[in-house]
Design a protein around this ligand. Structure first.
Ligand SMILES: Cc1ncc(C[n+]2csc(CCOP(=O)(O)OP(=O)(O)O)c2C)c(N)n1
Ligand code: SF4
Ligand SMILES: [Mg+2]
Length: 295
């Protein structure tokens, strides 16, 4: 199916500001889905509220635009009633980790078979640039004119600790790599998380003098390190730890706990068990290898 066929063209032009990274995430996701060969009616997209959450309106899948922070709760209900469908949840950093933080950790703990795409622009974009739990120390925001004093979450570490079984981080600069991670996350059986560092030039960029959208993108190239690269060992030194200067490609495919393994067969009313899964949607065996250290 052509990429264009996955889009609801009638809702365009989109609402995003020029240079916003959210459209690049949409692009990467659709390329990943197209490569998997998924039909539109095999996918449900459930979103909350935020600039990022608007993605659900632009795709021609089954889609739900629900409440700020509650998308994972709605998505859990969808997965319980239609376990054969692929459930994807695009979320902003505020949506996922502020108001929706509790839903996030418990969806990970339950290892529910769905994919969370956390679009981390380190700010509340939609409502005018307030700081979020991902803003990180020393960030200017409309609610922090003298800059923030607390540190941000590390989504990768938190999701892994809470029980997610596929966790990756990438950026809108690394769009091909990002597309591959999204594809693997959707194919993975269990709760999969892809954190995407994405630019909000309008609020985060202006308030923090981060430059144009292009300069923000370039900074993702210059200030992140692939864990697959030879430089991964030195990554901690180069990046200075979590935040904007984070590693861009962490993937933590974990073995599933027996309690979370999908139960197959007729009449098994489990989250993943009503029907047997098409082969291409099953996790690849390399997704179950030993956990990699984030460095
Ligand atoms: C219950 C509730 N609280 C607050 C809001 C206002 N609100 C809408 S979007 C948003 C934050 C958006 O930030 P984020 O989730 O990071 O998405 P972004 O716009 O940055 O992509 C807030 C606070 C709301 N719609 N509903
Ligand atoms: S406010 Fe920021 S996140 Fe929202 S559309 Fe504009 S650039 Fe994107
Ligand atoms: Mg945000």
């Amino acid at each position: 199916m052509a990429i264009r066929d996955y889009i609801r063209e009638r809702f365009f032009p989109h609402i995003w500001c020029p240079g916003c990274g959210h459209g690049m995430v949409l692009n990467a996701m659709l390329h990943g889905i197209e490569k998997m060969g998924l039909a539109k009616n095999e996918i449900v997209m459930v979103s909350g509220i935020g600039c990022s959450a608007r993605i659900a309106g632009y795709v021609d899948f089954h889609s739900m635009h629900t409440l700020h922070g509650r998308a994972l709760a709605f998505a859990t209900g969808v997965k319980m009633s239609r376990p054969e469908l692929n459930v994807i949840v695009p979320m902003g950093d505020g949506d996922a980790l502020a108001i929706g933080g509790n839903h996030f950790i418990h969806a990970a703990r339950r290892n529910i078979d769905m994919t969370a795409l956390v679009m981390n622009n380190r700010i509340y974009g939609m409502t005018g640039g307030q700081f979020s739990p991902l803003s990180g120390y020393g960030t200017q925001a409309s609610t922090a004119p003298y800059s923030t004093i607390d540190h941000g979450f590390d989504i990768v570490s938190m999701a892994t600790a809470a029980g997610a079984t596929f966790v990756a981080r990438s950026t809108t600069y690394h769009v091909r790599e990002l597309s591959g991670y999204i594809r693997r996350a959707i194919a993975h059986e269990g709760f999969s998380v892809v954190e995407i560092l994405t630019q909000c030039p309008t609020y985060f960029g202006r308030q923090n003098r981060a430059g144009s959208a292009v300069e923000m993108l370039e900074s993702y190239k210059d200030r992140t390190v692939s864990l697959d690269s030879e430089n991964a060992e030195a990554a901690g030194d180069k990046t200075g730890g979590w935040g904007f200067e984070s590693l861009h490609s962490c993937h933590h495919p974990l073995p599933r706990s027996p309690a979370c393994a999908p139960r197959r067969g007729a009449g098994a009313a489990t989250l993943a068990g009503k029907r047997s899964w098409p082969k291409r949607l099953r996790g690849n065996s390399s997704d179950r290898c030993a956990r990699k250290s984030p460095g």
